[in-house]
Design a binder for this molecule. Structure first.
Ligand SMILES: Cc1cc2nc3c(=O)[nH]c(=O)nc-3n(C[C@H](O)[C@H](O)[C@H](O)COP(=O)(O)O)c2cc1C
Length: 502
């Protein structure tokens, strides 16, 4: 291929030169061809890229296509029900609700609802009246001195660093307008989170914002921030679904001087938070840490976030709560299908329990230990619609968080570049040029509308199910396709035999 390239290239160059000498035309073409031949030559002698060594110019097309493959996939190949992690239909509903425009669909479902994995709500013939008020849930057990009335839907943890300054400001302003909370993520509480919206301050293993010189927990720094009026709740991050047992990753390209200063780390280096906490190393220590944070924050709601792994460890935590008579005010359960700014693929694809079994397990275990009524269960895992909220509540959640849903509301197009600093929508980048595309004044309104319209949709579904409040929702309002998949049931339903005729 290399030889062909040079034989053909040089032949054309010779011809062009002759034409130029004879007719005085083709100079530009000659210069371009010479440049291409020089680049081609440089590629044949470099030793890093095999493709470019063998295909000195054509090889570049591979890189170009690889670069634009996600866009080609999304714009030309993907069907409305395809697309991962979120289908086009799922993304579209968020965009429509965020823009506060018509979010209806025409012509009926595009799903194959005769599949055994079909799920639906058993609606009632006697629907209730749709509540126009958006649902709220009080967080704070008996030991909490400053309970917080949380919205049923809130912004899940995403740090400044992983998201841009404009994205964080828009999220917080949206939270202020819609009266819901904004979780800071493990990157710490920054001025961009302090636009007036309620904040859940997350403390990760890097203790950013309350970190001492050795990278450990600093009591005084914590106390100062924890008592700010906008900090409504404090969440200890044990793990997150996309990378349980790994710790946070901030790629060097996103670790700017400003972020490094906020976090107290070296700029332009990749920041890996440790997988585990240094403030405690066992269940006893974790519950003692909950008690310590409650004391230092003057009784604000304290909880922890985790992705379930070894179930016995969660059971041991519950036992420890009873032993110490100290209970977190909330537990946030993150499904293994959760999102992230950056994670090793092995961790995203192969570690941790998915959302559905995890939520059922946590709820049942708390009930088993007799402590469910003291603790609010918060959940996150692809919650982007009214349906997913109702389903989460049915599986045992009190409150829902959404991360990627709110990213879509900011204009995220699922470009899958959060880890490269080249996010084209300015949501997950620290590149000032790209960030400029995200206009806070417009996007915070979208954050507000997405929250409002999604909860309104949840209220509508609740009414369709014939329920008056989310407390009445349980798994029995859902049906699965496989309940009806036996042919004998389909055509001669057994259950009809047991119907009494009056
Ligand atoms: C860009 C990005 C950054 C995230 N950063 C954090 C973080 O700092 N701390 C954390 O606990 N979870 C973090 N998460 C996980 C989310 O908070 C959430 O638990 C997970 O994505 C599931 O919710 P979702 O399906 O609504 O995205 C992050 C997720 C994304 C997409």
């Amino acid at each position: 291929m290399r030889n062909k390239f040079f034989i053909i290239g040089i032949s054309i160059l010779v011809l062009t030169t002759i034409v130029y000498i004879l007719y005085d035309v083709g100079l530009v073409f000659m210069v371009i061809l010479t440049l291409i031949l020089l680049v081609g030559y440089a590629n044949t002698i470099q030793q890093k890229h095999a493709i470019l060594r063998n295909f000195p110019v054509l090889g570049y097309f591979r890189y170009l296509f690889e670069m634009i493959a996600p866009e080609i996939q999304q714009y030309f190949i993907e069907r409305t029900t395809d697309g991962k992690p979120f289908s086009r239909n799922q993304r579209t509903i968020v965009y429509q609700r965020a823009k506060n425009i018509d979010a209806t669909t025409p012509f009926g479902t595009q799903l194959d609802i005769n599949q055994s994995n079909y799920e639906g709500i058993k609606h009632s013939i006697f629907p209730t009246v749709v509540n126009e008020e958006l649902p709220r849930v009080l967080v704070g057990g008996p030991d909490c001195k400053q309970p917080y009335s949380a919205s049923l839907l809130n912004i899940s943890a995403m740090s400044f660093g992983s998201l841009s300054e404009n994205a964080i400001v828009a999220l917080n302003k949206g939270a202020l307008k819609g009266n819901f909370y904004h979780n800071t993520g493990e990157g710490g509480l920054t001025q961009f989170h302090q636009q007036g919206g309620d904040v859940t301050w997350q403390i990760g293993t890097g203790y950013f914002g309350c970190r001492n010189a050795n990278g450990g927990f600093d009591k005084d720094k914590f106390t100062e921030k924890a008592n700010l009026p906008e900090v409504k709740m404090i969440e200890i991050k044990l793990s997150q679904g996309a990378k349980p047992g790994h710790g946070g990753v901030l790629p060097a390209s996103k670790n700017t001087e400003e972020i490094a200063k906020i976090r107290g780390v070296e700029p332009h280096t990749t920041i890996l938070s440790p997988p585990g906490h240094s403030a405690f190393s066992d269940t006893k220590g974790l519950i003692e840490f909950v008690a310590q944070l409650r004391l230092l924050s003057n009784g604000k709601p304290i909880g922890f976030k985790l992705c379930i792994g070894k179930t016995s460890e969660f059971e041991a935590i519950c036992q420890e709560m009873i032993t110490q008579n100290c209970y977190p005010d909330f537990i946030t359960v993150d499904g293994a299908e959760g999102g992230t700014g950056a994670a090793p693929l092995e961790f995203s694809d192969g570690v941790g329990m998915p959302f559905e079994p995890a939520l059922i397990f946590v709820n049942k275990t708390l009930v088993f230990f007799g402590i469910r009524d003291r603790i609010r269960v918060i959940c996150s895992g692809k919650i982007i619609s009214g349906y997913s909220i109702l389903r989460a509540v049915a599986l045992g959640a009190d409150i829902c968080n959404s991360a990627r849903g709110f990213m879509f509301s900011l204009g995220c197009i699922q470009a899958l570049r959060c880890n490269t600093n080249t996010c084209p929508t300015g949501v997950a980048t620290q590149d000032r040029m790209l960030m400029k595309g995200l206009v806070v004044a417009d996007k915070y309104e979208r954050v507000y509308h997405f929250h409002k319209n999604t909860l309104h949709a949840a209220n509508e579904l609740l009414a369709a199910a014939g329920k008056n409040s989310f407390a009445e929702v349980d798994i029995n309002i859902f049906m699965r396709g496989d309940e009806f998949s036996h042919l004998s049931d389909l055509y001669f339903p057994d259950n009809l035999k047991s119907v009494t005729r009056y």
